[in-house]
Write a protein that binds this ligand. Structure first.
Ligand code: FAD
Ligand code: SF4
Length: 469
């Protein structure tokens, strides 16, 4: 059989159609497409793809099971390492991880590990739904496990906290997961939009974690509602902090306080968590006007721009101070944004916002050129003197990064942090307080879902070792 050099294509909603709705853009593989793609895997004995994955999913094994059309086996293999496959298959930057080191990718396109993972994750959820339909209610009531080992508190229901909670509950610990917001998922819920990660998927994967016996307590802000010390007084034997990086960075330039200048955090939270995307079904609209500028070039910027388009903006620009080569967003997001007509104003940087009656109406930018590499390893953007130009805007969304949320750290004495707010941990993710562990964005700064999950897994192991001593 001739070698298929390119990944098996995934069907998408057309750009014309999708920019008018919030439905998911890629439609997923069917079984024939999944088997076709699985057949491209060389089953390399060294399997570098596994080392490229922060949670070490046994990639060749699950792909082999798909090849053999044994999807139940593929699900079991996947779940042995990854509790959130339908989510990771959708949002992981595979091109920088497993797919980057795939042997097939040396001369051809790599195996589409992410698309296959999504297929397996979706089949797992479909199988659970089917089982629920055929099981009577009385039986279902007994599916949540009762765990007996020590009490452990997990703070934050994002990917780090959910993963730590699941791994600890699987080992029989009594896990309580405390979440400040009124819903679980962290950025998966309030940040990543519906058209990239449907909330129904997050709901279902979180439901599976609850069935492991994890007790989820919503609307509890650790550090305010109850402190870490009080958790220990309530007989919790260890604490994992996975509170993420929810504190937006702002541009310190004239006009930053004008109405219509949003942080991406506020904008996306209002659209996703407060359901502005479902207006008028939900009475929580976000008014953005016709011309929107998004400052930044990462996933958060792409999500904000594509969301603004779907809310009805006529011209949405990405304003980024470096060039296309340095755009930090996942390739797929950038491609999708371009297809949808987002305007890329690269090598530009805003220097002031102007407004009328307190509301922003234009933005002054400077053109940039690239210099030597800076500490981040990327070329330093340098302003071209006298290159100022004006862009008319009705709204501006700032997506230039986030730092860890200081709510918990500022109210917990003896918890050591970096100057930028990250919690300091050692190699086992233990903090400066005995019995308190931390991981995910609150330690690393804004990173990725799978890295946060990897940290959750590592912390769960360390907590078990700590308790066994
Ligand atoms: P979070 O997901 O931030 O979860 C932390 C949770 O802790 C939150 O629910 C928060 O409410 C809760 N919390 C905070 N303080 C307290 C407290 N004191 N008490 C109780 N609870 C508290 N990564 C990818 O891999 N791929 C992508 O495509 C991608 N897109 C992104 C798009 C956007 C818009 C954003 C913002 C991020 C994106 N990321 C992406 C990054 C990724 O989502 C994060 O790296 C990941 O969610 C971090 O997980 P976490 O569990 O550490 O923190
Ligand atoms: Fe398959 Fe690529 Fe992993 Fe080799 S490196 S086993 S081809 S996914």
């Amino acid at each position: 059989m001739a070698l298929q050099r390119e990944k098996t294509a995934m069907r998408n909603q057309t750009p014309e159609k999708r920019k008018k709705n919030f439905n998911e853009v890629p439609l997923g593989y069917n079984i024939d497409e999944a088997i076709n793609e699985a057949n491209r895997c060389l089953q390399c004995p060294t399997a570098p793809c596994v080392n490229g994955c922060p949670v070490e999913v046994p990639i060749p094994e699950f792909i082999k099971a798909i090849k053999e059309n044994d999807i139940a086996k593929a699900i079991d293999i996947m779940k042995s390492k990854n509790n959130l496959p339908a989510i990771c298959g959708r949002v992981c930057p595979q091109e920088e991880q497993c797919e980057q080191v795939c042997i097939m990718g040396k001369k051809n396109q790599p195996v589409a590990v992410g698309r296959l993972e999504r297929y397996v994750g979706d089949q797992a959820l479909a199988a659970i739904e089917k089982q629920a339909d055929t099981t009577n209610q009385a039986d279902q009531g007994t599916t949540t496990r009762i765990n007996k080992k020590e009490k452990i508190a997990v703070v934050g229901a994002g990917p780090a906290g959910l993963t730590a909670a699941a791994d600890l509950a699987k080992e029989g610990f009594q896990v309580t997961l405390f979440e400040a917001l009124h819903d679980t998922g962290g950025v998966l819920r309030y940040g990543i939009p519906e058209f990239r990660l449907p909330k129904g998927i997050v709901d279902k994967e979180v439901e599976e974690i609850k069935k492991l016996g994890v007790d989820v307590q919503l609307n509890v802000i650790i550090g305010k509602t109850i402190t870490i010390d009080e958790l220990f007084a309530e007989d919790y034997k260890a604490v994992f902090i996975g509170t993420g990086a929810g504190l937006p960075k702002f541009l310190n330039i004239p006009g930053k306080n004008l109405n219509g200048v949003y942080s991406a955090n506020e904008f996306l939270t209002r659209v996703n968590l407060m359901k502005a995307y479902k207006y008028p079904e939900y009475d929580t609209p976000v008014k953005i006007g016709k011309k929107v500028a998004v400052i930044g070039g990462g996933n958060v910027a792409m999500d904000s721009a594509r969301t603004a388009l779907r809310l009805g903006a006529e011209e949405v620009s990405i304003v980024y101070r470096r060039s296309e080569d340095e755009l930090p967003a996942r390739n797929e997001e950038t491609e999708h944004a371009k297809e949808e007509g987002i305007v890329f104003r690269l090598l530009n940087n805003p220097v002031a916002f102007q407004g009328k009656n307190g509301r922003v109406n234009s933005m002054e930018c400077l053109k940039m050129e690239l210099g030597e590499k800076d500490k981040s390893g990327r070329p330093r953007p340098m302003a071209i003197e006298g290159s100022n130009w004006m862009l008319d805007v009705d709204s501006v969304i700032i997506a230039i990064g986030q730092n860890p949320n200081p709510l918990l750290t500022s109210s917990t004495s003896n918890l050591k942090t970096e100057s930028w707010g990250g919690i300091i941990v050692d190699g086992s993710l233990s903090t400066s307080i005995p019995g308190v562990f931390a991981g995910g964005d609150t330690v690393t700064g804004a990173a990725t879902v799978i890295k946060a999950m990897g940290a959750g897994k590592k912390a769960a192991k360390s907590i078990m070792e700590y308790l066994s001593n």
